[in-house]
Design a protein around this ligand. Structure first.
Ligand code: 3PG
Ligand code: CO
Length: 553
């Protein structure tokens, strides 16, 4: 039995409104023209940084500080919000899959045994993001799984690839497809019928999230399951190269294609009896497809055919919904999150973002759990995102609406914690459009101002932070830190996140005098924020939480 009661903080009072603002994709980096946060007018964030030096600091948001395998792993929203909400560092999906593959345990567990039953007479399908970004999936893990499955009896294998260009440089899909093709041809040389069967760009095919646009998933379904797509090719590398030639084409948004045989027939539709594995370890952009593959009852789009398959996720994506019911690797078991503790200690909580980031401040924040802990004490509000556009077209996104919803929640007096995610720096940063990202950063800063003004009015406290870097550096750099210029004479635009640290700022009229950042947590990371927020609500965090960032002089 968990004892939920938190000890009272010896010095800090209860009853203050605490606003927790997470700027998505907002790291700290040296000034320069590719630092969109620096170039943009951001007076609110600037003043937090410059006016109270003992109430502003940086924390680590990448690598082992957030449970990723190495210090070369950039941060991302899943691991960032997990750490912010859970207050502890968990080995994350990327790492858990690495370990399971290295030890071979993945092949002894229930999930693999389940899909293996299809190997003798049916096809094994692997669907996922073809990338070495390490955010949703990793190509080396897919390669190992291909090898492992073929050594354990898979005779016919079809891979359904999604091209990236968002966690890695645009255009790298070609190299990735070549690498994969080489592995598949080696398998063929050993008598295994293995090939790529379909593909498409991750943002246009399959990897939608938080039900923003089910048509994205449908496009993937048509290609992967039905074997139907507007583009047909004999070979995946050729398909990707050709589709990239269209004006404005990029990896993220490639249209769906299927690979066909000499007779024009799709080589890998998914049919009764087949096994399917979705190889992404990260949840948010796989749960929609997982539902389509697993749920008998389903009305999000017309599946036309619902094959009876053995389906397993690389991980279980949703612990609450138990989705999917079969999986190759157990996900990190994130329990006793700060949100659950605080609600159980009477903290009335409001959480809000727009659709594309809504699950970040709810699902990820709560340790990958859907829904709230106590609907009488919590209210989660989702503002519908624009769909069917790339966010550089509307870089302000719903920042003002999020700011206003938070403001209203703060002024209502109904909540003790008001928590938001402001998506602009990240979502627009991922488009690689520098000018639009500058507009995005300004809008995010204005939303922060709206929230801080409301905190001021009610005598509350604010904590402003971010989940990982993105908008503060939009260019790929060499070891010396200089922008890399590509063959075309242009700098290589960085659409991905970064390794940069992120700010944490505290303040507001409700902040007890004498509260400041400790000097003895120099390597503090996102996981230290949870205990800090608990303190500001007047509680001491549980012993096993990463230590607080603040002290009271
Ligand atoms: C995405 O899913 O959009 C990117 O791969 C990662 O972005 P996020 O971690 O900020 O959501
Ligand atoms: Co991002």
């Amino acid at each position: 039995e968990v004892s939920w009661k938190l000890a009272d903080h010896p010095k800090l009072p209860k009853g203050k409104l605490v606003a927790v603002v997470v700027l998505d994709g907002w790291g700290d980096a040296s000034p320069g023209k590719y630092n969109c946060i620096h170039v943009a007018e951001t007076p609110t964030m600037d003043s937090l940084k410059n006016t109270a030096p003992d109430k502003w600091r940086l924390v680590r948001a990448h690598g082992t500080a957030v449970g990723l395998p190495t210090e070369d792993d950039m941060g991302n929203s899943e691991v960032g919000h997990n750490a912010l909400g859970a207050g502890r560092i968990y080995a994350q999906g990327a790492k858990l899959v690495d370990l399971a593959l290295a030890s071979g345990k993945i092949y002894d567990d229930e999930g693999f045994k389940y899909i293996k039953e299809s190997f003798a007479n049916n096809t094994l399908h692997l669907i996922g993001l073809m990338s070495d970004g390490g955010v949703h999936s990793r190509l080396d893990q897919l390669q190992l799984l291909l090898k492992g499955a073929s050594e354990r009896g898979a005779k016919k294998i079809r891979v359904h690839v999604l091209t990236d260009g968002r966690d890695v440089l645009d255009g790298t899909s070609v190299t990735h497809a070549e690498t994969l093709e080489k592995d598949l041809s080696e398998l063929r040389a050993k008598g295994i019928d293995a090939q790529i069967a379909s593909g498409g760009g991750r943002m246009y095919v399959t990897m939608d999230r938080y039900e923003n646009d089910w048509q994205v998933v449908k496009r993937g379904w048509d290609a992967q399951v039905l074997g139907e797509a507007p583009h047909k090719f004999k070979n995946a590398v050729e398909a990707i190269k050709k589709l990239r030639e269209a004006p404005n084409a990029n990896d993220q948004y490639l249209p769906p294609f299927v690979i066909v045989d000499d007779g024009g027939k799709a080589v890998g539709p998914i049919v009764d009896g087949d096994a399917v594995v979705t190889v992404n370890f990260r949840a948010d952009r796989m749960t929609m497809l997982a539902q389509a593959l697993e749920y008998e009852k389903f009305d999000k789009f017309d599946r036309v055919r619902f094959p009876k398959i053995r389906y397993a996720g690389m991980l279980q994506y949703d612990g609450e919904l138990k989705l999917p019911s079969h999986y190759l690797v157990s996900p990190p078991l994130i329990e006793r999150t700060s949100g659950e503790y605080l609600v159980n200690n009477g903290i009335r909580t409001f959480a809000c973002s727009e659709t594309v980031k809504f699950g970040h401040v709810t699902f990820f924040w709560n340790g990958n759990r859907s829904g709230c802990f106590n609907s009488e004490k919590e209210e989660y509000v989702e503002i519908p995102s624009d769909s069917g556009i790339t966010f550089n077209e509307k870089p302000k996104m719903k920042a003002f609406e999020i700011g206003e919803k938070a403001r209203d929640a703060i002024l209502s007096g109904k909540f003790d914690q008001v928590r938001v995610n402001i998506p602009n720096g990240d979502m627009v940063g991922h488009t690689g459009d520098v000018d639009a990202t500058i507009v995005a950063c300004k809008a995010a800063d204005e939303a922060v101002k709206t929230i801080l003004d409301a905190v001021e009015k009610v005598g509350g406290i604010y904590v402003v932070t971010a989940d990982h870097g993105n908008a503060e550096d939009m260019v790929k750099r060499d070891k010396k830190g200089e922008p890399i210029v590509g063959k075309d004479g242009k700098v290589q635009i960085l659409t991905s996140h970064t390794l940069q640290p992120v700010p944490v700022a505290i303040g507001g009229p409700g902040l007890a005098s004498g509260v400041k950042f400790r000097k003895d947590v120099p390597n503090g990371g996102l996981a230290n924020v949870a205990a800090t927020v608990m303190n500001l609500h007047g509680f001491v965090a549980p012993d096993d939480y990463e230590t607080t960032l603040i002290e009271v002089a």
